[in-house]
Design a protein around this ligand. Structure first.
Ligand SMILES: C[S@@+](CC[C@H](N)C(=O)[O-])C[C@H]1O[C@@H](n2cnc3c(N)ncnc32)[C@H](O)[C@@H]1O
Length: 355
């Protein structure tokens, strides 16, 4: 049942009897020694003391691990991650127990049964920025209303692929009774489908936060009768064939198996084959299968093949109707350094039909 679904959230830490504290008067060297001994340090008095300690930790590690070679950079990052995650903040009555702290509504929403607990500072910083996105919303060029992404749910920061989809939908002249949106995320493609007149959209996602978030944002509005959700992999319970199936899958192959990989970004070895196999049964004879993809994995060298091209060449299930592409805007000056390959990045809209 979707109503019992629990979203993922940072694990609360219970408050220990004894804990070192860090505030304006605290000895920085001693505090870092405590962290290095693997013990927790609690930020007290002002929220900003947390940022101060993080900065001190960075300075300390820069001297210890000068960051010159690739190996040193990795050591620096892993040491910083380990130590910063021992810095904790107290939450009392669903609020940060320090002065001048941001109000973060996730405490109440995500931890209804636990009012008092600790979280690490990096977790709190993550919750804080997610709360800003959620509250202020994000304008999407192809949608009239802002979206309000729930904690832990993927949302796009560039929109070329959504423009491709919108242009394709403008020209689509098939039936608009129903569509299936695999991996619905924050619901953008489903909202585009509704905007273009689809009567029903059946969405799935393996991320509980996506389902909980959409359920909450649709509430009992008209939209909640147009977009139906299932917390499940691929097509979930949506077995009835549809005239349109859309999937904006993860764009990068996972490089090593791990439980912690973000399923919005990395695909595993079987995802595409499983998807096409199931899609074959759920696409009406004249239906269209639309996939949104990018050459990101190929231009960064992490993948040799494009899994959609591979399906068309070898799968024996679908053939290509058309592929539309659009260049991704150059990265801004600020991010150019890390993103020289962005110049060649292209997003793709693949339209496949039954063979
Ligand atoms: C790149 S995001 C796209 C989200 C949204 N459709 C959009 O275009 O903004 C991919 C989504 O697919 C979901 N996902 C990954 N593997 C899945 C699977 N096997 N079944 C269902 N959803 C999956 C992820 O959790 C994520 O929400």
């Amino acid at each position: 049942m979707i109503s019992d679904l629990k979203p993922n959230k940072p694990e609360p830490i219970s408050i220990p009897n004894e804990i070192a504290i860090f505030n304006r008067g605290a000895d920085v060297d001693l505090t870092i020694k405590i962290l290095e001994a693997g013990k927790l340090v609690l930020i007290t008095e002002f929220y900003n003391n947390g940022a101060v300690l993080l900065k001190e930790l960075q300075n300390y590690l820069h001297i210890k691990l000068p960051n010159k070679s690739f190996k040193e950079q990795r050591e620096y990052r892993s040491a910083y991650q380990k130590l910063s995650n021992l810095i904790v903040i107290e939450i009392v009555n669903h609020q940060l127990e320090v002065k001048k702290a941001p109000a973060i509504g996730w405490f109440e929403k995500l931890y209804p049964e636990t009012k008092d607990f600790l979280l690490t500072l990096p977790q709190v910083q993550g919750l804080n920025s997610a709360w800003q996105w959620y509250q202020n919303g994000i304008s999407i060029p192809t949608l009239r209303n802002k979206i309000h992404p729930y904690y832990g749910v993927y949302f796009p920061t560039r929109f070329e692929h959504l423009e491709l989809f919108d242009n394709w939908l403008k020209r689509y002249d098939g039936s608009k009774k129903s569509a299936i949106d695999v991996g619905i995320g924050s619901g953008i493609l489903a909202l585009q489908l509704v905007k273009h007149g689809f009567q029903k959209v059946f969405g799935t996602d393996t991320n509980p936060n996506a389902i909980v978030g959409l359920k909450e944002s649709m509430g009992t509005t008209k939209l909640s009768r147009k977009i139906e959700l299932d917390f499940a992999s691929l097509f979930g319970k949506w077995n009835k064939p549809s005239e349109l199936i859309v999937f904006n899958p993860p764009w990068l192959p996972e490089l090593r198996s791990s439980d912690h990989l973000d399923e919005a970004i990395y695909y595993n070895k079987t995802l595409f084959n499983d998807f096409f196999e199931a899609a074959k049964e759920r696409l009406l004879p004249d239906g269209k299968l639309v996939l949104i993809f990018s050459n990101l994995a190929q231009i960064t060298g992490v993948a040799k093949t494009n899994p959609i091209e591979q399906e068309i060449a070898e799968g024996g299930r679908f053939k290509l109707e058309r592929c539309f592409t659009k260049n991704v805007k150059k990265a801004s000056e600020k991010t150019k350094r890390d993103a020289h390959w962005r110049n060649d990045e292209v997003v793709e809209l693949w339209v496949l039909v039954h063979k």
